[in-house]
Design a protein around this ligand. Structure first.
Ligand SMILES: [Zn+2]
Length: 339
């Protein structure tokens, strides 16, 4: 459990209560996500159940109102369809359903008192989604960031042959790059400081990877119409990355904000207006994005295995956060396995 800024404690907790409508999942893998790292460094997070939210496991018990045939199923943490009752749903904007958002943030009524850096967790039974055959638990733990990436692609709607740039290739950026390729990107480049991430991006299908903005701009000038990128995905979340992404977007192009920029980060309004750029923001995911990410993973078209290395146990968890805060590892996704 996260008990303060930069403080992880291994705590013995009671077995979770099996409440009606909930199920107990034996965690098999849980990824350390960017938001987990931010929570760790600040000690601030929306809910205890949120610290460790990229998980895959097996249902070991179901509460009243749930079909007990599902005991033993391999599942991942996902979200239910929009509730149809909250204010956004009733206003017809169900992509921002409050129930879905509460489950993403771990603030729903059935959320456990801790996240999935644990042996077992209790979750709302509507949250779990079957892991397709042929997708193992380690890959399944990437279904959540995979769904975030799938959502960004749906928000961007790139066209066949588009020149696409991804700024920042941590796990989500790499997954976005892969899906952009699958969606028909003509030329695909990434901008990333870390050399091993750039290599990984190229292995996963990027045509080019650059450590400097100037090199990216030179490459863009030589691509197709030479105006810049048709679609830019900003997946790093810093001011520099937002600026680099804005600069790379062509006149009439689309800039998609996926990374969580700090409060007060600025968009260059004059440049965006002068170029008539479409700006789209992408937050979280819906059940549709989970379906699509898992379907493409099961088909072996969306390859996520190269993103994660060997799994770590309870004893190594605190050190893993320390190490990740100092320098991102060669594989962007560190997986926890309870042992
Ligand atoms: Zn709703």
């Amino acid at each position: 459990m996260l008990t303060g800024p930069r403080r992880i404690e291994i705590v013995d907790v009671a077995e979770p209560d099996l409440l009606p409508g909930s199920c107990i999942v034996a965690v098999e893998r849980c990824g350390i996500g960017g938001p987990d790292l931010v929570a760790w460094s600040t000690g601030e997070f929306p809910a205890p159940a949120w610290f460790g939210h990229e998980w895959a496991g097996r249902i070991v018990a179901v509460g009243a109102g749930c079909d007990d045939r599902f005991v033993g199923e391999r599942v991942v943490g996902a979200v239910p369809p929009p509730c149809g009752r909250c204010t956004p749903c009733r206003a017809g904007v169900d992509t921002t359903c409050r129930l879905v958002l509460s489950m993403i943030l771990g603030t729903d009524d059935l959320a456990d008192s801790h996240g999935a850096f644990a042996e077992r967790i209790r979750v709302d039974a509507r949250r779990v989604h079957r892991l397709p055959e042929g997708v193992d638990f380690a890959d399944g733990a990437l279904a959540e960031p995979g769904a975030v990436a799938a959502h960004a692609l749906r928000r961007a709607q790139p066209s066949l042959g588009d020149i696409v740039v991804v700024v920042g290739v941590g796990a989500v950026g790499l997954l976005v790059a892969e899906l952009a390729r699958l969606s028909g990107a003509g030329s695909l480049a990434v901008l990333e400081r870390e050399g091993d991430r750039r290599e990984l991006a190229c292995r996963l299908g990027a045509d080019a990877a650059f450590g400097s903005h100037e090199d990216l701009m030179r490459w863009l000038a030589a691509q197709g119409h030479g105006l810049g990128a048709d679609v830019v995905f900003e997946c790093a979340g810093g001011q520099d990355a937002v600026d680099a992404g804005t600069e790379a977007t062509r006149t009439g192009g689309t800039l998609v904000l996926v990374g969580t920029a700090p409060d007060g980060a600025r968009l260059r309004a004059a440049t965006l207006v002068a170029r008539e750029v479409t700006v789209r923001a992408s937050l979280g995911y819906t059940i549709v994005d989970v379906h699509r990410a898992l379907h493409l993973m099961a088909d072996d078209r969306f390859r996520v295995a190269e993103l994660h290395g060997p799994s770590i146990g309870f004893a190594e968890l605190a050190d893993a956060f320390e190490e990740l805060s100092e320098r991102p590892g060669p594989r962007p996704k560190v997986l926890f396995q309870p042992r």
